[in-house]
Write a protein that binds this ligand. Structure first.
Ligand code: APR
Length: 248
């Protein structure tokens, strides 16, 4: 099927959907100039994930970890949402239920106007005290090491879910509910290699939902996804919004 025919098929599915869930990954922000993690220009090319985004790395060399996050913050601070982020913000109001789950920590969904986005892996503009665990917003650029908690003086860490750490239980619960209940899941710009997000499409299919993948390349899930649309998120996602208007 041509991309045009698959897009029409998804638009049709969305027209009759009551509950739409969306999972996004770094690919949706690539069109805003935020490097992905595993692509040719991948973020990890300069930095190995295991060397930096883990509790062990932070315990071993918190200054190095903060240098990397400070570099990422300065890069992301210059980026703005693209047409895909904006289309999802608009789409939310067109369905009885709409849940946006993102693995991204760049905050671009919120900037685009998406309310109540489930930031599964945290947010790069939030920090957490390693002593009193207070979570605060922090937009210091650059981060001056060591960043200290204003309440107790403890060392601050990025409020991000690192490799080997669990997702926030209330966030995960809301994701699980959405996966069990949605009519359609859109999986946008994720390589599908990091759990639990990598299993979301299979979970929706098991619950009887319809799954759509939007990516530049095939992923491990592509073979079991109902509809795979190859293309850039900024080009494809706005098209899915067209004709998906329905009487809510
Ligand atoms: N439009 C759509 N998809 C795109 C685009 C684009 N313009 N550009 C890249 N992609 C796709 C790539 O083909 C790839 O499948 O986006 C995906 C990005 O994959 P990753 O870099 O692995 O990012 P992601 O899947 O979000 O990583 C998941 O891994 O490192 C951890 O916590 C980190 O949240 C991250 C998680």
């Amino acid at each position: 099927m041509t991309n045009e025919s698959v897009i029409k098929k998804v638009q049709h599915k969305l027209c009759s959907a009551k509950f739409v869930a969306v999972l996004t990954g770094a690919g949706i922000s690539a069109d805003s100039g935020v490097p992905t993690f595993r692509g040719a220009e991948g973020l990890w090319k300069q930095h190995r994930a295991e060397d930096l985004a883990s509790p062990h790395a932070f315990a071993h060399d918190p200054k190095l970890v903060w240098e990397w996050y400070s570099w990422r913050r300065e890069l992301i601070a210059t980026k703005v949402p693209n047409l895909a982020h904006e289309a999802l913000a608009t789409m939310a109001g067109r369905f009885s239920s709409f849940v946006l789950m993102t693995q991204n920590v760049d905050g671009l969904h919120g900037m685009a106007g998406s309310q109540d986005c489930l930031e599964m892996h945290g947010n790069i503009w939030k920090v957490r005290c390693t002593k009193c665990f207070t979570v605060t917003e922090n937009r210091d650029l650059p981060i001056v090491f060591p960043p200290q908690c204003s309440a107790c003086g403890g060392l601050l860490r990025p409020h991000i879910v690192w490799f080997g750490e669990p997702l926030d239980p209330p966030v995960l619960d809301r994701c699980m509910h959405a996966l069990q209940s949605c009519d359609v899941l859109l999986v946008i710009g994720t390589s599908g290699v990091v759990q639990p997000a990598a299993s979301f499409a299979m979970m929706v299919k098991s619950a009887g939902g319809y799954t759509v993948e939007i990516n530049l390349d095939p992923t491990p899930s592509s073979g079991s996804i109902d509809i795979v649309i190859t293309g850039k998120a900024k080009d494809v996602v706005p098209l899915l919004c067209e004709n998906s208007i329905q009487d809510v």
